[in-house]
Design a protein around this ligand. Sequence first.
Ligand code: SF4
Length: 457
Amino acid sequence: MLTTNTEFLHAELMDVVRLFGPDAPDLSHSFLYAENNFINTVIAEGREFAYRDEYPCADELEFKRYAKRFAKLAVYNALKTLTGKTMPWGALTGIRPTKLAYGEREQGRPFEPMFEKFGVAPENIALVGDVLAAQEGIYGREEGAADLYIGIPFCPSKCNYCSFITADIGKTEKHLENYLAALEKEIAGCAGLYKNLKSIYIGGGTPLVLHTEQLRRVLEAAEPFARRGIEYTVEAGRPDVFTEEKLALLQEYGVTRVCVNPQSFCNETLERIGRKHTAEDIYRAYEMARRFPFEINFDLIAGLTGESAAQFEESVDRAVALTPENITVHTLCLKKGARLKEEESFLEGGDMAEMIAYARSRLYAAGYVPYYLYRQKYMAGNFENTGWTKPGKACVYNIDVMEEITDNIACGANAVTKKLFAGEGRIERLGAPKDIPAYIAKIDKIISDKRALFGRA
Ligand code: SF4
């Protein structure tokens, strides 16, 4: 439990307390600001910890930002002393550490001293530096630049760790035709919302769970946006849905990148997490996709139920041996809605540090570089998700979305459109309903709200 005399800090401070797990001691926090000094006092277990940080703030916005930062740091340092534990990202709890790093650079400072002050582990500071280096030439804000996202929230079965809205297609097929019709309408309604479209991303769910003709409808709807040479990803998905016919269709419509999502190459794990495919299917799908001129991404997850460090490391080795252009290493993250969350049987940390360290050293050694990263709440071991790429093969869409440097025009149930107002330093979000029938019923309003957000009502 945590109490504070400053209400707007409470949620941020609770994020820090959560890092230390359910056994974190009760804390009483108080905050005072005087003559450019942020004074934070934490009392716990009969001890008092007092911290004073000096920073002259230009305005109210900056004051709030630094008040949160220094208060979090105070609580983190007190908990570190009391528990003897440190966290890989120290007192940083946000989703996008790289955005903080860019923020420091924009202020004319190197980002490293701030990360050090916040207790970020040296290897993570180096990781952020490598991500920023890999984004050179891609990272940049440009008025009217956007990416188009199209969501297909259907899957062959539901994985036990999944909290996404997707459902087993056997249960939701009845909505599919109406969903596709609404999606076609929404995609058409995106015309004229941008000056420069940088990429298209059809994500899931599992887009290739659609039958060939259904898939054609989605590609046909996106066709007016798919100028020649644009990066065009289809998160094809689980290996059991790959067919030559569907891949040929993707090629016909100009798709440049596909995701094959093994998650693990261990058959026992795949069965345990509720996927209906084997490691052999991954090889089959990869070889099939390789016959086309696509760049390929693999997703792997560290910390899947019952999986040992050795099994995860073997998956990393097998993925690297196949030489896809991109490999994304996720850390298991359990949110509300995941079956596994209800069972509460996931790996709490344990071998995670070893797994993440192994993946990093193996990928660096194989010539991959980290090119984007993000964190989520409730990640096992408080680690991160990192996208790795062969040099020159970074996915522009992932960088744009993670760094929030372009508008994201998103279509489909649960899709979140983001409009940047760079001059005002703010982002406006517009989320579509999660529920598929509600999305279908409200499609006209979704389209008009989106066009209004972009000043095109
Ligand atoms: S394939 Fe992905 S979206 Fe579909 S159920 Fe599994 S984790 Fe969820």
